[in-house]
Design a protein around this ligand. Structure first.
Ligand SMILES: Nc1ncnc2c1ncn2[C@@H]1O[C@H](COP(=O)(O)OP(=O)(O)O)[C@@H](O)[C@H]1O
Ligand SMILES: [Mg+2]
Length: 430
């Protein structure tokens, strides 16, 4: 190793004369080396001290800056944890491997677990999330995407959360991701909204409606029965005014009966107690049967009601005959009710993949574009429906949608305002 290299190393260890001594006793050297050595040693101990001081002051400054920054970061972190602790909704943050890294006070309350028990643990070891009866894996409710997407990655209402000792709570779940997630090992920020109170109120409301409707049904059935007997036995003995009054009573009673039946169906749907008795059905034959029940009503309005039977034999469908006929009957009744005199209603079906799709097309008034998204919601009626002569309840399509969906089918409407509408629904084949 050349001397100047050794010197450079030693300068950092020794000061002034000590260095010269150390070197001169250790090595024999050439003139050139000696000159270099002397030049190097011109750097007096004073100058070294000066440099040292400067270095020290710079180091102190850096130290202060680091302390300040650490303080700021601490304050920032405290701010976040204080904010998280104050939030009424449960917040759980997991890393890219779905291990819990943040668990706020509300999350402790919701799940029954303490922060210290859950930190660093895989989330699916701590809580379980169910959609109806299906458990959702973390990869579903917290999908960690490979890009730097920022925003909501999963959102679902009406889920069931199982916490400590199997404690269950109804929740709405929202999972979001931040852009820097990949860099800072942050998978998802989960926000869990406890909706058990709303659920409880909803259940009480449903119980009340269901009870009230059941109570209404009993006397109504009597009224309907006695009215039927009265009309059958005394119609001829009554004059036209009495007959007209009775016929109005009869129409109103029919409406009341169908309202009560519809409300009962709604409570069954919402309580989840509407069960299906699935069986293979010859769909073409079934449609003919339902059409036979409504044909008189169509003929009264001079409406041409046709069924375009498929040319090829169709697979049987898997459905609850009674329930699915309610759907069919309601769509046909709507088409007949809302189509003017001398209109035309056509039923046609097609088999597509593993489904049979049924369409009911009319050349009635059609439905305004802005009303279409609301058609299948409870109590919705297009304004002016009353003027079109139909005194419905606005529940028919909501019930139809629910029944079709529990059959794992879909229902939709297409319409051109002023020209007519087509209502369609799909059902799985056997
Ligand atoms: N074929 C149709 N043509 C025009 N409007 C329709 C048709 N079917 C349904 N609608 C509109 O949709 C609304 C909701 O239908 P529905 O849920 O069956 O309730 P209801 O028939 O008791 O009013 C109806 O009030 C009507 O305004
Ligand atoms: Mg209807």
């Amino acid at each position: 190793m050349p001397y100047h290299k050794i010197l450079e190393r030693q300068i950092s260890k020794f000061s002034g004369g000590e260095l010269f001594q150390a070197i001169s006793t250790t090595y024999t050297h050439s003139d050139e080396d000696r000159a270099l050595l002397e030049r190097s040693l011109e750097l007096s101990s004073k100058e070294l001290e000066e440099v040292n001081k400067q270095l020290q002051s710079e180091r102190d400054q850096i130290e202060i800056q680091v302390q300040q920054r650490t303080q700021e970061l601490k304050a920032e972190r405290n701010k976040i944890s204080v904010t998280l602790a104050g939030i009424v909704d449960a917040v759980i943050v997991v890393d890219l491997n779905h291990n819990i890294i943040i668990f706020n006070k509300a999350a402790e309350k919701l799940t029954g677990f303490q922060l210290s028990e859950v930190l660093g643990k895989p989330i699916n070891q701590i809580i379980k999330i169910f959609d109806k009866n299906t458990e959702l894996p973390p990869s579903t409710f917290c999908p960690v995407s490979s890009d730097d997407f920022e925003g909501i990655v999963y959102s679902k209402e009406d889920l069931i959360l199982t916490g400590l000792k199997g404690k269950q709570t109804y929740i709405n779940l929202l999972a979001s991701q931040i852009e820097e997630g990949r860099d800072v090992n942050l998978g998802c920020i989960l926000t869990l909204y406890d909706i058990s109170k709303e659920k409880q109120l909803e259940e009480m409301r449903l119980d009340f409606v269901s009870m009230a409707v059941h109570e209404l049904r009993t006397p109504l059935t009597s009224i309907k029965g006695y009215l039927y007997i009265y009309l059958r036995d005394y119609k001829k003995a009554l004059d036209s005014k009495q007959n007209s009054l009775l016929s109005r009573i009869n129409i109103s009673t029919q409406r009341l009966v169908s309202l009560v039946e519809n409300l009962l169906n709604v409570t069954r749907i919402e309580k989840g107690t509407l069960t299906l008795n699935l069986q293979p059905i010859d769909w073409v034959q079934n449609i003919n049967e339902v059409i036979a029940e409504i044909i008189d009503q169509a003929q009264d309005k001079n409406i041409e009601l046709n069924f375009t039977e498929p040319t090829k034999p169709l697979s049987h469908i898997l459905a609850d005959k009674f329930r699915i006929n309610e759907v069919l009957a309601n769509l046909l009744a709507n088409a007949v009710n809302y189509t003017r005199q001398e209109g035309k209603v056509t039923v046609w079906i097609e088999e597509k993949g593993s489904e049979v799709i049924t369409h009911i097309t009319d050349n009635g008034p059609g439905i305004p574009k802005e009303a279409i998204p609301h058609l299948f919601t409870k109590f919705f009626r297009v304004s002016g429906s009353l003027e079109q002569g139909s005194k419905g309840t606005g529940l028919g399509l909501y019930i139809a949608k629910s029944i079709v969906e529990i059959h794992k089918g879909k229902i939709w409407a297409e319409s051109e305002f002023g020209k007519g509408s087509t209502f369609s629904f799909s059902l799985p084949i056997v």
